[in-house]
Design a protein around this ligand. Structure first.
Ligand SMILES: Nc1nc2c(ncn2[C@@H]2O[C@H](COP(=O)(O)OP(=O)(O)OP(=O)(O)O)[C@@H](O)[C@H]2O)c(=O)[nH]1
Ligand SMILES: [Mg+2]
Length: 446
């Protein structure tokens, strides 16, 4: 594990909005001695109390600098586990610049690197790696579902699940080690069933967790929902209607949409990436041909497909192209003399009739694609998925070792490898280069 350096770090922690507040944080053994000469107040700084005062700048008069609120947290009772000072000032760029300038002149203080505050929390044992990653997820969450998943992980759902899996592996190791200790006495401590049961149970949990990854990725990226149909069927009109804005060009000319256009809307708390596509037909020119190819790519990438039919366009038979759940929409009912009876929704983009029915169908499909997770855990990171895939393989090695009766020392060493793999989730055994990669993905100040 990387060593914790002794320097105190400083960064603006909350980028301010215009007229808002900025919080500058100092973390490390010199935090308090750094702020003390720069802060003039009738109150003394004491742990967990906010003190109001003025900032002192060596080359500015008191009135030219700023009022501020300083809060001091004594390590280890701080978020980084070190002495931590938070300085709230007004959010002007000049002020922040002046404050950072003077703080960085202090001995033993340097500018924080990306994610370094969270990294220090992790190194000091305040949070495990899965929780640190969840902080990043929380910051990037774009909808209620992604936010909820990040909150679950911050609360420790993934860590608890990994700990309970590790505990079971440790129990098996304990049985095996007892057997090794008494190997000269021919006592069989570990009948294969006793060793197999926990291994199979953890394997099962791992499989179920891996199944949640599909939904976990959608929490990050949104469900991809293209509008597919013949030219002029009203895909762009429907795209605009669902989004509530005139985003795509609509004309009476078939072949209007060439390039795909996508826009995110929220359905049942989930991001849905709605994609308007070029109408499917034997294209007449090169640009339209490329558009049709892109529509086909969107069919491949889709999670759910909305197929748009209309009474005044050719009837497309594209069922065999579509591998996802679908909603078939019969548009332009205001023009139709008779209605076919095999569509899910009958709609008019012109009058708005049927729009609520379509929204209900969308809602139901999105809910059907959700996954409640395993013990409240939905895997959403490629890194976690990779760890659990390797764990799955290693567990099958362990199961074979027991079935083939390879002997306690071999089985124990296979189980130890499985434990090491699991430890990569919480950071116990994560290689330094992976740690660096994870934390450098954070912003400076986090
Ligand atoms: N009467 C009627 N006209 C509609 C309806 N929906 C769309 N239209 C008209 O149908 C024509 C084509 O609509 P678009 O939304 O551009 O159709 P599109 O499927 O995107 O067409 P391409 O981009 O060419 O593939 C336009 O003139 C729309 O105003 C509807 O419900 N009723
Ligand atoms: Mg269009």
């Amino acid at each position: 594990m990387l060593p914790l350096d002794q320097e105190t770090i400083v960064a603006i922690s909350t980028p301010p909005g215009i007229g808002g507040l900025a919080v500058v944080r100092l973390s490390g053994p010199h935090a308090l001695e750094t702020i003390t000469p720069l802060f003039s107040s009738s109150e003394k700084l004491k742990p967990r109390y906010a003190a109001f005062g003025k900032l002192v700048h060596p080359s500015l008069s008191e009135d030219d600098f700023d009022d501020c609120i300083v809060t001091f947290f004594k390590g280890p009772h701080s978020v980084t586990g070190e002495d931590l000072v938070e300085i709230s000032i007004h959010g002007g760029a000049y002020l922040q610049h002046k404050l950072l300038e003077v703080l960085l002149r202090a001995p033993h203080v340097r500018a924080a690197g990306a994610g370094e505050f969270t990294f220090r929390s992790f190194l000091s044992g305040r949070i495990d790696l899965s929780r640190a990653e969840a902080v990043a997820d929380l910051i990037h969450a774009k909808d209620a579902a992604a936010h909820k998943n990040a909150r679950h992980q911050i609360r420790g759902n993934l860590r608890l699940l990994v700990e309970s899996m590790s505990d079971k592996l440790v129990q098996s190791l304990t049985i095996l080690e007892a057997e090794l200790d008494f190997s000269d006495q021919e006592i069989d401590f570990s009948p294969p069933e006793a060793l197999l049961a926990p291994l199979l149970e953890i394997s099962d949990t791992t499989e179920k967790l891996l199944e949640t990854y599909f939904y976990g990725r959608r929490l990050e990226e949104g469900f991809r929902v293209p509008l597919i149909g013949a030219p002029n069927s009203g895909k762009s009109s429907l795209f605009n209607l669902l989004l509530g804005q005139d985003r795509a060009i609509v004309t009476s000319q078939a072949g209007t949409t060439r390039d795909t256009i996508e826009k995110t809307m929220v359905v049942a708390g989930h991001s849905v990436v709605l994609v308007d596509t070029a109408g499917l037909r034997e294209a007449e020119d090169e640009a339209e041909l490329s558009g049709v190819d892109r529509s086909k790519e969107e069919i491949e990438r889709a999670d759910l497909t909305i197929i748009v039919h209309a009474p005044d366009t050719i009837d497309l038979n594209i069922d065999e192209l579509i591998n996802t759940p679908q909603i078939t929409v019969y548009n332009k009912v205001d023009l139709a003399k008779t209605l076919p009876d095999n569509k899910d929704v009958y709609l008019s983009c012109t009058t708005g009739e049927g729009l609520d029915a379509l929204k209900k169908q969308l809602y139901t499909h999105v809910i059907n694609m959700t996954n409640e997770g395993v013990g409240g855990v939905v895997l959403n990171s490629e890194r976690h998925r990779d760890v659990f895939l390797r764990l799955k393989e290693q567990l099958s090695v362990c199961v074979s070792a027991v079935n083939d009766d390879l002997g306690p020392e071999y089985i124990a060493s296979d189980i130890r490898l499985a434990l090491d793999i699991l430890g990569e989730i919480t950071g116990k055994t994560t290689p330094d280069d992976i740690l660096n990669q994870i934390f450098s993905g954070f912003c400076v100040g986090k």
